[in-house]
Design a protein around this ligand. Structure first.
Ligand SMILES: Nc1ncnc2c1ncn2[C@@H]1O[C@H](COP(=O)(O)OP(=O)(O)OP(=O)(O)O)[C@@H](O)[C@H]1O
Length: 295
């Protein structure tokens, strides 16, 4: 039995002393517990607000029922729950294969993002936000329908593969060009990954939320749909009204004014800055030079 199990099997703190854990082994056990807590927290955060969360709730309920039935000695009920849990895990892995892959890719990306060059990325991000604003305002004034999905921490690889891969630099001109009606790439969504327009004509999942007003068609439903299964930020320009809307984490901000749209984008930029602020010497130097304007 390892230290972790030993600690969870003790009946009282007096037993800790009887375990004769050396300070080093106690330290390792605490690190062990912290690591598990961190992993569970990260896993729950990554599925928060997605359909996977319903499954996680179900699994927690089954595990609790299993413990209670074991404690009460309900043998047959416990056996039945064991079967459900065993086969449920196998079916869960098959059914949620895309989400699991996405989660693992996110983990890989998180590790990759712990590198230098954060300041440079922030400067670039400012120029991308300008590009999104310029493109959306241009298309809004001319009632050109558009759907732009900006990937955040959860990967959109699965949706990129439904479209036409582009891997082009993010510019307002290219975004506008893509959505010009009756051109080969205008249908579907543009997906932004990092500092690239990764794909056009991508197909997104439609929301099944019955509360969405009927006035919003499939473009808006697709934007809400992608915000329910990922943490992406999606910009929509309505072909009918020219209105600009945004979806994020299942929230739908419809018909935003230019200033509301601008504020949302800046806030989004600032949030990213806050989390990465002053990580490197380069960040501090650039901030002093004013290359990163602190708002
Ligand atoms: N699942 C989807 N994934 C990506 N794009 C989609 C999807 N469904 C529809 N679209 C895009 O939305 C367009 C149709 O928009 P529709 O008129 O139905 O929506 P809407 O929400 O009323 O938007 P608008 O106000 O611009 O008319 C399609 O031509 C296509 O480009």
């Amino acid at each position: 039995m390892n230290d972790f199990n030993q600690i969870f099997n003790i009946q009282s703190w007096r037993e800790i002393i009887q375990l004769n854990l050396t300070p080093w082994r106690l330290f390792i056990a605490i690190v062990d517990i912290c690591l598990i807590t961190f992993l569970i927290y990260k896993a729950l955060r990554s599925v928060q607000g997605t359909k996977m969360m319903t499954l996680v709730r179900g699994v927690i309920l089954f595990i609790m029922l299993k413990f209670v039935s074991g404690w009460l000695g309900l043998g047959t009920f416990e056996w039945l729950l064991n079967q459900v849990i065993t086969y449920g895990v196998i079916s869960g892995v098959i059914i949620f294969q895309p989400e699991i892959r996405r989660g693992l890719e996110t983990l890989g990306r998180t590790t990759k993002s712990l590198n230098f060059g954060i300041a440079e990325r922030n400067v670039k991000r400012t120029s991308y936000i300008k590009a999104y604003e310029k493109a959306c305002n241009y298309m809004s004034e001319r009632k050109i329908g558009a759907l732009i999905v900006i990937e955040q921490s959860q990967t959109l690889e699965e949706f990129v593969s439904t479209g036409i891969k582009l891997d082009a630099d993010i510019t307002a001109e290219l975004l506008i060009n893509i959505f010009i009606p009756n051109t080969p790439l205008h249908d579907g969504a543009v997906i932004i990954q990092g500092d690239k327009i990764a794909a056009t004509s991508a197909y997104l999942p439609l929301t099944e939320d019955g509360k969405i007003s009927k006035e919003f068609g499939t473009r808006h439903r697709a934007a809400i749909g992608i915000s329910e299964v990922s943490d992406a930020i999606t910009l929509i320009v309505s072909e009918e009204t020219g209105g600009i809307s945004i979806t994020e984490n299942g929230n739908f901000y419809s018909d935003m004014s230019k200033s509301e749209f601008h504020d949302f984008m800046i806030k989004h930029l600032e949030d990213n800055r806050k989390s990465s602020k002053n990580h490197t010497l380069l960040d501090k130097l650039l901030a002093k030079r004013g290359d990163i304007s602190e708002k």
